[in-house]
Design a protein around this ligand. Structure first.
Ligand code: PEP
Length: 244
């Protein structure tokens, strides 16, 4: 399977920041892994023109409906039309800030698939849930509720992002990451029969300094990177670590 380095720019990025993407492409013209950037929707079209197929692009959310009276929302078809091939769904910031439930995420995944996008579905426990020993139960419930029937290795990527590790500089131990990723693979296998091709990303404070050790963990097929994806030098180092 081709490993995946995915950058989530969140609500960061103006046209001037396209220079970072130019620098990334120049420094890694033939990366040994798939490289994906999910910028704000406003930058998708100019980034697609700049990337010219040399890296993949994704949205950070989409509406569950294809079109209609939903002021301020973006549909999956709009993302695809602007050059996206992927969309992040169920990120913990959307679950927390916008009250997105597992069922809401599942409806968005279906909309993404209908528009031909690959859904990157995020799951992860809060610190309190980890402290209570509930991590695997939380992940299992999120997986069951957020991913509708019809998942394939081509249309689904799963990102394990412990909420307490996002933007904090803290990460789980390598054994804790392995425990969750092994469970994710088993859960997918139970649903899909053969889940070997579904890429499982780790996300949460991945940096150039910890990328290589995280990528060596069992069933880690890439990373979803927030803060460190904004600068070409940092994201490039992570891309290089993933390519091995
Ligand atoms: C994220 O929000 O998807 C993320 C992993 O953020 P960071 O890398 O900044 O922790």
């Amino acid at each position: 399977m081709r490993r995946l380095a995915a950058g989530n720019w969140k609500m960061n990025g103006l046209r001037a920041d396209l220079a970072e993407v130019e620098a990334l492409i120049a420094a890694h013209p033939a990366p040994g892994c798939e490289v994906l950037i999910c910028p704000p929707a406003t930058l998708l079209a100019p980034m697609a023109a700049l990337a010219a197929g040399r890296l993949a692009l994704g949205g950070q959310d989409c509406h569950a409906r294809a079109a209609g009276a939903h002021t301020g929302d973006v549909s999956a078809a709009m993302l695809a039309d602007a050059g996206a091939t992927h969309v992040i769904l169920g990120h913990s910031e959307r679950r927390a800030d916008h009250g997105e439930t597992d069922a809401a995420v599942a409806a968005k995944v279906q909309a993404a698939w209908a528009a031909g996008l690959t859904a990157i579905v995020c799951v992860g426990e809060t610190e309190g849930q980890r402290d209570a020993g509930a991590t695997l139960a939380v992940i299992e419930a999120q997986m069951a509720g957020s991913i509708p029937a019809g998942a394939t290795a081509a249309n689904l990527v799963v990102a394990y992002e412990p909420v307490w590790a996002i933007g904090t500089g803290r990460t789980p131990t390598l054994a804790e990451i392995a425990e969750v990723h092994d469970r994710l693979r088993a859960l997918l296998a139970a649903r899909m029969g053969d889940a070997a091709g579904v890429r499982l990303l780790y996300g949460g404070s991945v940096k150039p300094g910890n990328a290589a050790e995280i990528f060596a963990v069992s069933n880690v097929d890439g990373a979803l990177v927030g803060g460190a994806s904004l600068k070409a030098a940092d994201f490039g180092a992570i891309v290089a670590a993933l390519a091995g």
